[in-house]
Design a protein around this ligand. Structure first.
Ligand SMILES: Nc1ncnc2c1ncn2[C@@H]1O[C@H](COP(=O)(O)OP(=O)(O)OP(=O)(O)O)[C@@H](O)[C@H]1O
Ligand SMILES: Nc1ncnc2c1ncn2[C@@H]1O[C@H](COP(=O)(O)OP(=O)(O)OP(=O)(O)O)[C@@H](O)[C@H]1O
Ligand SMILES: [Mg+2]
Ligand SMILES: [Mg+2]
Lengths: 226, 226
């Protein structure tokens, strides 16, 4: 479970930008949350704070009962690498590695044996419809193919928390549907999922929608009629 | 007007990938065409060939009555810089320039005076809702903000042909609507527009939808009931 308390993230470049401007939120274990809001409203920034990819300016973040600020670097790194899977809005694949290399890399960091890494990477990529692109480099892929590799990579270490920032933004509806079906399966298996999307019909696959605007939460809309 | 005749683009990396596999298409002057199709079906590749950003493996491309292959380098460069505006699926902004710098750069190449460059850039960026981000660098922007800068940049030299690859993919529906309204205006002013999208409701703003699959055109769907 994750508890976000009065989190802020401020940038100062000339003017002051309040990217996240006081966000409090409870993310129960095993829940499926969608995040929507206008461009620039702080969705990606909030996700990066929750994913321990960035430090807040103020406020508190508690993950599995432990205040993130109090964690030793080693423990933070372990959490990020082992427990959290992050799908970036702009994919952030390693340009010099192939599709297979990109997906096996996080497993290497967790000490997974070579044979198992390959098996798991091939399985995830097959699920993403990418089996015929295993040896391509990112610049030899289409936009939606890169997005699918980014998703496979995020799932490589079977994280307990999946944070996906616009995971279907570059996918046609059929391929996007495949991804959402996979997420629904993972959710049923017990994953905690947060996904940012600007498409309402994608958000409606979650249990609730957090609506953001100007760095704050405007409303949390419950979707599952009990 | 643009005439595409039996265009192909083939990549060979281990196996042979027919990214564009024999496409023939007429793009009348002043028309508004949407392109849809599954991830990896060749949409971006086709757009890059039409935008003279890449050379086909075979086939012929005629722009304004002139075979592109027969053009001198200087003439190709002039066409690309002056006549064609391209919005990339992954934005491709210059990381070291500010928002303003990114939008004024193409005008600099066309010898536009400094004062006019600034005026035009500010006008386009205001239209994109980006006036309060003029001095940010691309890595200080949200995904949708980068997309809007990429759109403003493509329009900087008032191109006669606008090629937009997933221009609303990272935008919330309201901001996306703003962009589509601008495109409709430009179309009314005489621009020729081609846009790739995976969202049907975006495609329906065009006069017709070109449906691609496996590097070929499956169908051209007319939208404007005469
Ligand atoms: N440099 C390259 N080398 C090898 N294959 C490539 C290269 N560039 C693209 N491809 C392949 O060509 C095919 C078409 O790519 P393209 O980018 O045109 O697809 P797309 O329709 O735009 O897809 P998307 O909707 O995912 O953006 C893809 O399957 C891709 O893997
Ligand atoms: N490094 C930075 N320096 C200054 N401002 C920044 C920086 N990074 C982000 N911002 C600003 O913070 C705001 C929130 O950014 P964020 O990426 O979280 O938005 P978002 O909701 O994900 O938007 P989108 O839907 O367009 O992806 C934006 O207005 C952006 O300009
Ligand atoms: Mg974002
Ligand atoms: Mg594409």
């Amino acid at each position: 479970a994750i508890e976000v308390e009065r989190l802020t993230k401020t940038y100062t470049i000339g003017t002051t930008v309040h990217a996240v401007d006081g966000v409090s939120l409870n993310v129960p274990h095993g829940s499926f949350t969608a995040v929507m809001g206008p461009s620039g409203s702080g969705k990606s920034t909030l996700m990066q704070l929750i994913g321990l990819l960035d430090a807040p300016t103020s406020g508190r973040l508690t993950v599995n009962g432990r205040d993130v600020e109090g964690l030793a670097d080693e423990e933070r790194t372990r959490l990020r690498g082992k427990e959290i899977g992050f799908v970036f809005q702009s994919f952030n694949l390693m340009p010099k590695l192939t599709v297979l290399g990109n997906v096996t890399l996080p497993m290497q960091f967790q000490g997974v044996a070579a044979r198992e890494r390959l098996r798991r990477a091939e399985e995830l990529l097959a699920r993403m419809g990418m089996s015929d692109r295993l040896h391509h480099k990112p610049n030899q892929l289409s936009g939606g193919e890169r997005q699918r590799v980014a998703i496979a990579r995020a799932l490589a270490n079977e994280p307990t928390l999946l944070l996906a920032d616009e995971p279907t933004g570059n996918l046609d509806s059929r391929t996007g549907e495949e991804v959402l079906r996979l997420f629904a399966e993972l959710h049923a298996q017990g994953y905690t999922i947060m996904l940012v999307t600007h498409e309402r019909r994608v958000a409606e696959r979650a249990e609730r929608i957090v609506h953001m605007e100007d760095g704050r939460i405007q409303e949390i809309e419950a979707l599952t009629a009990a």
